[in-house]
Ligand binder design. Structure first.
Ligand code: HEC
Length: 89
């Protein structure tokens, strides 16, 4: 009985955890990236490149802090994760 409960708890966690980790869908992340990163130059500046997650974070932060791209901290995370997933190396 206890084992069944434990298994049920583990199952619920496995199902619900990914929903917390990626609250923003891939489509939403792509839309945000295209809206924010096409403003001063083509977004192909980014999509022509391959970077590590740290590399992408550094670039996105440079756009925000040095070049004046208007991004919240959450948007920096969303775009960094999106670029790392699709244009990683
Ligand atoms: C407010 C204007 C502006 C916005 C918005 C902007 N950029 Fe840039 N971006 C620049 C400028 C200016 C440069 C050239 C100078 C430099 O590399 O910092 C550049 C260069 C780049 C490069 C080439 C850098 C390299 O190392 O070769 C990449 C990649 C890039 N941007 C990605 C992005 C991404 C991703 C976004 C969206 C989060 C973004 N940019 C939004 C102004 C902007």
């Amino acid at each position: 009985m206890r084992k069944t409960l434990l298994l049920a708890a583990v199952f619920v966690l496995m199902v619900s955890l990914p929903a917390f980790v990626s609250a923003v869908s891939d489509d939403e992340a792509k839309a945000l990236f295209e809206a924010k990163c096409n403003l001063c130059h083509s977004a192909t500046n980014a999509t022509d490149m391959r970077e590590t997650p740290d590399g992408w974070r550094a670039i996105v932060l440079r756009m925000k802090n040095d070049n004046g791209c208007d991004l919240s901290d959450a948007q920096v995370e969303t775009i960094t994760n999106y670029l790392s997933r699709h244009y990683g190396r």
